[in-house]
Design a protein around this ligand. Structure first.
Ligand code: AMP
Length: 425
């Protein structure tokens, strides 16, 4: 863990003037703490494990030094011809791939078109992406599945990767991506710079990173105190969550609220139930076509859609400017997913609210989420939705002694990482 005093302006970080000019245009007045600490060591070629709150400027923390390193290298050496990539950024969702690539292109605005950045992800035609990859690319932002498809059709090769970034690293190193990630790693050179960025690093992931990285700089900047996000939790009777939700949306006149549920089916179901209570919403999940996903997210970001009901595919990295409210209608399965979900709000120093609605079945699960995330929230109740005290909190049964097989409780919570293929990329 680093303790050095962080520089307070971008010039001190050693960035070149085309990047500094762009940052001034974008009104980035000073580096965020993660940028101040990460940029010099990434410029110097060092491996990195960076943990920082969501919305704390992680993209620029890896994108700026990567751009600079590739740009200065391109000035001094002739580019190799062929379908190669130098800087590879792996992300878990399509939307994040687009968002990261857009940010990089924006940061590179004054690099004379010298750095080519391409994003590839599933759900859209592969042909356009193959065309974009002709002649290789300096930076590639990719979801693992589509990247493997493109490699198998010789559209791109990983032999020349110099820097690998795993954004949302805990997710990329989790069971759901193990096979794809190992297949990709096997195609890259052994010698390369690796940068891991995530808001959470569960213990299991930390162990994995030791094998992957070479003397990494570790930066841990998560801090509940530094957060501008207020977390609240409302107790509610079972069967009254929808009514409470509709009531809260109307009462507070929330104009932009992101609601998380645990399945595609629940998205549609909740949307129907809210509609009956006079609340119009849209849904966002893995069964929607990619163009519909893009349209919905754009509409939500632009404030045309006020209420968006989503599965965890919206929980990672998505940057919605000034999103005021995130609601856990269903609790997330894992404690780290809780942090990622609520991190959609309160980004970049903006004030935000994360609200969890819990009935007696959720109570035990929520206590574990609190414990793992080292938080403790006061239980609140909304007037008119007082909780029936005669209903006892649901405590999951332990598996019978010696039963050999572990019994799955309704809401399994003991592992930080879940194999979740139900709605992943
Ligand atoms: P990220 O954590 O990379 O998703 O960034 C969250 C938001 O903060 C994005 O909208 C960025 O444009 C913005 N941002 C990142 N770095 C800075 C900075 N140094 N100053 C102001 N805004 C920033």
């Amino acid at each position: 863990m680093t303790t050095a005093t962080a520089p307070t302006n971008f010039t001190e970080l050693g960035l070149i003037s085309p990047l500094l000019t762009r940052l001034t245009e974008m009104e980035y007045q000073q580096p965020t703490p993660i940028q101040a600490q990460a940029i010099p060591s990434v410029l110097a070629g060092r491996d990195l494990i960076a943990g920082a709150n969501t919305g704390s400027g992680k993209t620029a923390a890896f994108a700026l030094p990567m751009l600079q390193n590739l740009y200065t290298e391109n000035q001094t050496s002739t580019k190799s011809k062929g379908n190669f990539v130098s800087g590879l950024i792996l992300v878990p969702t399509r939307e994040l791939a687009m968002q990261v690539a857009d940010s990089i292109k924006s940061y590179a605005a004054h690099l004379n078109g010298d750095i080519k950045t391409v994003a590839v992800f599933g759900g859209v035609s592969v042909n356009t992406q193959m065309l974009a990859l002709r002649g290789g690319t300096d930076i590639l932002v990719a979801t693992p599945g589509r990247l493997l498809d493109l490699i198998s059709s010789n559209a791109i090769k990983l032999d020349m990767v110099k820097t690998l970034v795993l954004d949302e690293a805990d997710r990329m190193l989790s069971l759901g991506f193990t096979e794809e990630l190992s297949a990709l790693m096997a195609l890259m050179p052994k010698q390369k710079q690796i940068l891991l960025f995530s808001a959470t690093f569960p213990e299991q992931v930390k162990a994995l990173t030791e094998e992957l990285l070479n003397d990494p700089l570790e930066i841990q900047l998560q801090s509940a105190d530094a957060s501008t996000l207020v977390q609240r939790v409302f107790n509610v009777n079972q069967g009254e969550k929808t009514a409470l939700l509709a009531h809260l949306i109307k009462k507070h006149e929330w104009r932009q609220v992101l609601i998380f549920v645990n399945s595609k089916h629940s998205c549609n179901h909740l949307a129907e139930k809210l509609a009956k209570r006079g609340v119009t919403s849209q849904v966002f999940h893995g069964d929607k076509g990619q163009s519909a996903r893009i349209r919905t997210l754009e509409g939500f970001k632009a404030g045309q859609i006020h209420v968006l009901i989503a599965t965890d595919i919206a929980a990672r990295g998505i940057d919605i400017d000034k999103l005021p409210v995130v609601i856990n209608f269903d609790l997330p399965r894992s404690p780290s997913d809780y942090m990622h979900r609520i991190g959609r709000s309160g980004r970049a120093g903006e004030v935000g609210l994360a609200l969890s609605l819990i009935d007696h079945v959720d109570a035990h699960h929520f206590s574990i989420i609190e414990k793992k995330n080292k938080i403790r929230l006061e239980r609140e109740e909304e007037a008119g939705f007082e909780v029936d005290e005669t209903v006892e909190a649901y405590v999951p049964m332990a598996p019978p002694e010696g039963s050999g097989k572990k019994k799955r409780n309704k809401a399994p919570v003991n592992a930080d990482i879940w194999l979740r293929n139900s709605d992943s990329e």
